[in-house]
Write a protein that binds this ligand. Structure first.
Ligand code: KIV
Ligand code: ZN
Length: 544
């Protein structure tokens, strides 16, 4: 039986996390999983359990916390299916099976490359050997769960006759989802759509499985290819929030969902996503991965609903549909308004955050409200954009091993100097002063003098959240720690990345030097959080 809606399979936490610098802590992954559940996604690919003990733990935590009851606000009664990726390999499948066990609906997604270039150069396997592996490993995965997805990696460049054989072997061995990945983003829409139509015609038993697609964006065609596949019978689309993922990324969740929503007249089928949660999901993923959303990005970019040209504004005032094919509210992008000021109370503050999609309460609300009051002392009007920056800064930060207490800088044409005071993990107060090439350099040197987590600053960006001299400045940094040069590759853990892992941090403040210090400390705290999780998992592993 084919589903009556297009299933949304979200891979933000797996393929998305493979983007350089997008490393998330386990609590951030859990937060993203909850948001995906609230969106109504059908399947959450929570990670690649065999990549490391941290990854296995993260998938399991999500299976326990989100895969049993869903979360409050989920638009559909059933919890999402929790999935782990696994190579066509017994030990990978064992780990995936262990990780998804707590979920009510657990899926193992196993894959092996099928294209000639991968068979010859990467796998060094013949067609027959690949087919044998598919049968063996899909059957093995099936011994753990009835829900098994199979992907012929690089299907976009696989000979059609061999693709049919590979998919047939998978479906005969019990695969319930056949996923067709355009791994390197090589195909174009008409061609990819035709591939799906031909698979439906030529693979025996294909009607017993859901056809899925997983498109990469190397030519900027991931969304177009996925939609063409839907027109040709695909009923699951693999996506990532903001389109993040390997290289140029995956098809963007919000673009696929809204194309199916706005053009349901054409596609005749929709999704079960609550579209009003899209903006919130986009902001959260941007915060926790440090990957900024370009202002002109469809659906969730800052300018997606901004009308600049006079003729457009005139048309909009006469009738919104003159220049708008969807309302901003439909995707949860409320209009920017002057909302709160220094006399606004806690209740109004919490209310507005709730309306913006950030239902904060308890300790989180106390902290965010205290920051709001401080900001309101400096800034007359607090806009929605300020509120979002402030609450994200407070809620979506890694554990604070090191916390900024005080900062003093002197700059000008002389010698820029900075004095920084931090509180450490054991509550110790440390102060350090440094000279730098500029105030930010001096601050970062002073911080390093205290924390001693040597790293290279790869990227530093600052932008103003709203207009005006009293605007909040938001700083984002990306750093690479010196003792973390070689990392196991996520898909092929036997290889090591030659590149170092990249960590991000962000901070918001009316003083950009303070925002800079906060962003740098957030990146350092992220490194420390990931190192601690790794040590804990190693200790748990050796104790077991
Ligand atoms: O791009 C790809 O081929 C993948 C597979 C593992 C599905 O991510
Ligand atoms: Zn991929």
């Amino acid at each position: 039986m084919q589903p009556d809606h297009v299933r949304i399979f979200d891979t933000t936490l797996r393929d998305g996390e493979q983007s350089p610098g997008a490393t998330m802590t386990s609590s951030e992954k859990l937060e993203v999983a909850k948001t995906l559940s609230r969106l109504g996604v059908d399947v959450i690919e929570a990670g690649f359990a065999a990549a490391s003990p941290d990854d296995l733990r993260a998938v399991k935590t999500i299976a326990e916390a989100v895969g049993v009851t869903g979360v409050e606000g989920r638009p559909v009664p059933e919890p999402p299916t929790i999935c782990s990726l696994a190579r066509a390999d017994k030990s990978d499948i064992d780990k995936a099976a262990e990780a998804i066990t707590p979920a009510t609906h657990g899926r193992i997604h196993t894959f092996i490359a099928t294209s000639p270039i991968h068979r010859e150069h990467k796998l060094r396997m013949t067609r027959d050997q690949v087919l044998e592996k598919i049968t063996e490993m899909v059957s093995y995965a099936k011994s753990f769960t009835s829900d098994v997805e199979f992907s012929p990696e690089d299907a976009g460049r696989t000979e059609m006759d061999f693709l049919y054989e590979a998919l047939q072997a998978a479906v005969e061995a019990g695969a319930t989802t056949l996923n067709i990945p355009d791994t390197v983003g090589y195909t174009i829409p008409a061609e990819f759509g035709e591939r799906i139509a031909m698979i439906r015609e030529n693979v025996r038993g294909v009607e017993n499985a859901v056809i899925s697609v997983h498109c990469h964006n190397d030519l900027g065609l991931a969304v177009a290819n996925s939609l063409s596949a839907v027109q040709n019978g695909a009923r699951q689309v693999e996506v990532a929030v903001n389109g993040i993922g390997e290289r140029a990324g995956n098809a963007s969740l919000e673009e696929i969902v809204m194309a199916l929503y706005v053009r349901e007249d054409l596609y005749g089928i929709g999704t079960q996503i609550d579209t009003t949660q899209l903006t919130r999901a986009s902001r959260l993923v941007s915060k926790v991965t440090g990957m900024m959303v370009q202002p002109n990005k469809a659906i969730v970019g800052a300018n997606a609903f901004a009308h600049e040209a006079g003729i457009h504004q005139d048309g909009m005032l006469k009738h919104e549909e003159t220049y708008e094919i969807m309302r901003p509210e439909t995707v949860g992008a409320g209009k920017t308004q002057l909302v709160l000021g220094k006399h606004s109370g806690r209740h109004a503050f919490a209310n507005r955050l709730g309306e913006l999609g950030y239902p904060v309460s308890g300790d989180g609300l106390d902290k965010a409200f205290a920051r709001f009051k401080k900001l309101a002392d400096k800034k007359k009007y607090i806009t929605d954009a300020d509120l979002v920056a402030l609450v994200s800064d407070e809620l979506y930060q890694p554990t604070e091993y090191w916390k900024l207490e005080k900062i003093q800088v002197g700059c000008g044409t002389g010698m820029p100097t900075a004095t920084v005071r931090l509180t450490g993990p054991e509550g110790q107060l440390r102060t350090e002063a440094e000279v730098g090439t500029g105030p930010v350099d001096a601050v970062y040197k002073a911080i390093q003098g205290i924390v001693d987590v040597p790293c290279t600053l790869l990227e530093y960006t600052v932008h103003s959240v709203t207009e005006g001299i009293d605007a909040l400045g938001e700083v984002s940094v990306r750093v690479s720690p010196h003792d973390d040069q070689a990392q196991p590759d996520k898909i092929n853990p036997q290889y090591e990345h030659s590149r170092a892992r990249v960590f991000h941090g962000h901070g918001a403040h009316t003083d950009v030097i303070v925002a800079s210090a906060k962003a740098y400390l957030a990146a350092i705290n992220r490194i420390l959080a990931i190192q601690e999780a790794r040590r804990d998992n190693e200790a748990a592993g050796s104790a077991a």
